[in-house]
Design a binder for this molecule. Structure first.
Ligand code: 13P
Length: 334
């Protein structure tokens, strides 16, 4: 696989005014989302829901790609068109979640490491054949008393780098995601310091493993106070802290950075992205790769009337894509 092809895919993922929709919830995670709105977690319901999202009319106006789960990339529309094929025909780059989730990190109480490297080379080959052109791996960093430890940060950075190198070997753009969780009482400064350490460690590991940054996308968490911190930050502070942290850690050659929403409200996720893009010239496009902040309104509508609200739910997906696409340009009107 040539670096030119990887770079072309990476640039298309962060094309001006476009972002990614993350619909790669594992079967157990989508079970929680469905349970929240009273939908039974059957394979057909998961397929029908992903069809609703992916077949939203004119989705590619604001969406460059979608991240799928293993089950989803093997599924088709009700008319029998494989989702990955449908996406490619409609200008949406297929992506795939390839990690196998987090597990307790032995020796480090309260911390986790993401697994899934065993057999990954063969799985990536198969995903490429199924149409995927980028792949996501999510590492999770908890903030708490005496954590994160350097051991946890390094173990996760090492796994991210090994997965990223394997992706590029297979012709897939790695979307490296080190998520610093919002859970906890910590303040925004603590989140800043942890995020800075995590990103420094990640880019050092990517360098050690000969990962080509020109063909890599960073999926970052924003610098925000913990959900239970009494001292919440306003939109400007989140935007300025996040951009400063990224500028001091992320090489300018990276084609782009996309954010996860991590439990923020739809409005906050959009407002934060918009405010960052109003801060003046940046070294890389800043866009979105939201899961919940793209889907939650549509899921609620769909759950109220699966057939009757199908089109209404799709127009909500389109509206969220439009708002976030405008925010990626710093042109959201609120
Ligand atoms: P959220 O935007 O819901 O955090 O999901 C994004 C994602 O893909 C996390 O891995």
């Amino acid at each position: 696989m040539s670096i030119e092809q990887l770079a072309e895919t990476a640039q298309a993922m962060v094309a001006a005014g476009k972002g990614i929709i993350a619909i790669d919830e594992s079967t157990s995670t989508i079970a929680k989302r469905f349970a929240g709105v009273g939908i039974e977690n059957t394979e057909e319901n998961r397929r029908a829901y992903r069809e609703l999202l992916l077949t939203t009319p004119k989705l590619s106006d604001y969406i460059s790609g979608a991240i799928l789960y293993d089950e989803t990339i093997r599924q088709s529309t009700k008319d029998g068109v494989p989702f990955a094929k449908y996406m490619a025909q409609h200008g949406i780059i297929p992506g795939i979640k390839v990690d196998k989730g987090t597990h307790p990190l032995a020796g480090c109480p309260g911390e986790v490491v993401t697994e899934g490297l065993d057999g990954l080379r063969d799985r990536l080959k198969e995903y490429y054949a199924l149409g995927a052109r980028f792949a996501k791996w999510r590492a999770v960093i908890n903030i708490g008393e005496d954590i994160p430890t350097g051991t946890c940060i390094e173990a996760n950075a090492h796994a991210l780098a090994r997965y990223a190198a394997l992706c590029q070997e297979a012709g897939l753009v790695p979307m490296v995601e080190p998520e610093v969780l919002m859970d906890g009482e910590h303040d925004i400064q603590t989140c800043y310091e942890v995020t800075e350490a995590v990103l420094r460690s990640l880019f050092a590991a990517l360098y050690e493993h000969n990962v080509l940054l020109e063909g890599t996308i960073l999926k970052a968490s924003m610098v925000v106070p913990g959900k239970d911190c009494p001292d919440q930050a306003d939109v400007e502070e989140v935007a300025e802290s996040t951009v400063m942290c990224l500028k001091s850690t992320v090489p300018a050659i990276l084609p782009g950075i996309v954010f996860l929403s991590g439990g923020q409200s739809d409005e906050d996720a959009t407002a934060h992205l918009d405010a960052m893009n109003r801060l003046g010239a940046l070294p890389w496009p800043l866009s979105f790769s939201y899961g919940r902040a793209m889907q939650q309104a549509a899921l609620k509508l769909w759950s109220e009337d699966l057939k009757g609200n199908f089109a209404k739910a799709q127009s909500t997906v389109y509206a969220r894509a439009k708002d976030n696409g405008l925010a990626a340009l710093g042109k959201w009107e609120g």
